[in-house]
Write a protein that binds this ligand. Structure first.
Ligand code: BMA
Length: 328
């Protein structure tokens, strides 16, 4: 039992106890990768995807790079959060405005349930990479809204409730390419369309696993102690970028104020499917399912830009680890 997560009891999320030989605060699913790269015929790779509770199971939006190497997002369903049925064709967005409705690339989706709708944010190529937004109620019909940032921006992640009466999100201003910099910012909106009141949350940290750039991952998880935010950090090695996973605890009312931040990473590319793939050495978290009754958290993460992994942690253990291993 745990009373730390503020939210619903989700007894059916995927879960495996930590193996007795493992002393880490985050541990991997023994059957990883949970989604193989060829789960549907057109797929070259399936990674950096979003899974949310839906009806008595789960639904999601999945990044599929196809065999022409177009970056696309597809909808899908799962009864157990482990076996997925992914639509063979990409999401077709209904949109009243042909100008915003036309996009050529879509990747790294997140999904957030707000006010009876599932809002999707993703990295949208609209004259450069920016954050696209749309919604669905059934994961069959999707409606596109305005892009919520100007180019160039990535890792747009909504908060699961209003804060101070406003919708809230993280984003990560970028450049045109494989950005060698990046801080996480917080912005608010009265209507999910107009965004402002931008606040700086966190910058990379020199001489660490997060020294080049950082970006928000899954939606922040509300706890009694603050917003638990799992994010990715990147270091530049002599052989290129290395993407790892860390966490921060942020103030509940002013989420740009950081209370704790993991000095060591929580998960880094160490297993073959994380080290070898289309882009080697990438662990990229994008979704988390949290059970308020037990404090169990299941984290979905992209592995080497090729397959999708699942990892687990328990909220009280994670917070204890963060308190003992924090560097702001
Ligand atoms: C980032 C994004 C992610 C990707 C990562 C590693 O810039 O493009 O989609 O997983 O690079 O290639």
């Amino acid at each position: 039992m745990s009373n730390t997560i503020v939210g619903e009891a989700l007894p059916n999320i995927p879960w495996q106890d930590r193996p007795p030989t493992n002393e880490n605060v985050v541990w991997r699913f023994s059957e990883n990768p949970v989604i193989p790269r060829d789960i549907i015929p057109c797929a070259n790779s399936v990674f950096n995807s979003a899974v949310v509770p839906f009806n008595d199971g789960f639904a999601g939006v999945f990044r599929i790079d196809d065999r022409s190497r177009n970056m696309r997002i597809h909808s899908g369903f799962s009864r157990d959060g482990i076996h997925f049925d992914i639509a063979p064709d990409p999401i077709e967005w209904n949109c009243d405005d042909p100008e915003i409705g036309h996009f050529i690339e879509a990747y790294d989706p997140r999904v957030c349930y707000l006010d009876g709708k599932y809002y999707v944010t993703w990295c949208n190529n609209y004259h450069g990479y920016t954050i696209g937004m749309g919604f669905t109620t059934d994961f069959k019909e999707f409606h596109q809204l305005e892009n919520i940032t100007l180019p160039f921006n990535r890792n747009g992640v909504l908060f699961p409730r209003k804060i101070g009466g406003k919708y809230a999100m993280f984003s990560r201003p970028s450049d045109t390419g494989h950005t060698p910099f990046g801080d996480i910012f917080y912005s608010t909106s009265p209507d999910l369309i107009h965004w402002g009141c931008h606040r700086h949350v966190m910058a990379p940290k020199k001489h660490s696993w997060q020294s080049t750039k950082i970006g928000a991952g899954p939606l922040p998880i509300e706890t009694t102690e603050g917003w638990l935010t799992i994010y990715h950090g990147v270091l530049t090695s002599c052989n290129g970028f290395v993407y790892s996973m860390g966490a921060a605890l942020l103030d509940l009312e002013q989420p740009w104020k950081v209370i704790y931040r993991t000095k060591p990473y929580l998960l880094s590319p160490q297993h073959l499917y994380e080290c070898v793939g289309d882009v080697p050495n990438v662990v990229f978290p994008t979704a988390a399912l949290a059970d308020a009754a037990t404090g169990r958290i299941a984290i979905y993460y992209g592995c080497a830009d090729t397959v999708t992994g699942l990892a687990f942690c328990q909220v009280d253990e994670l917070l204890e680890f963060m308190k003992a291993n924090s560097e702001l």
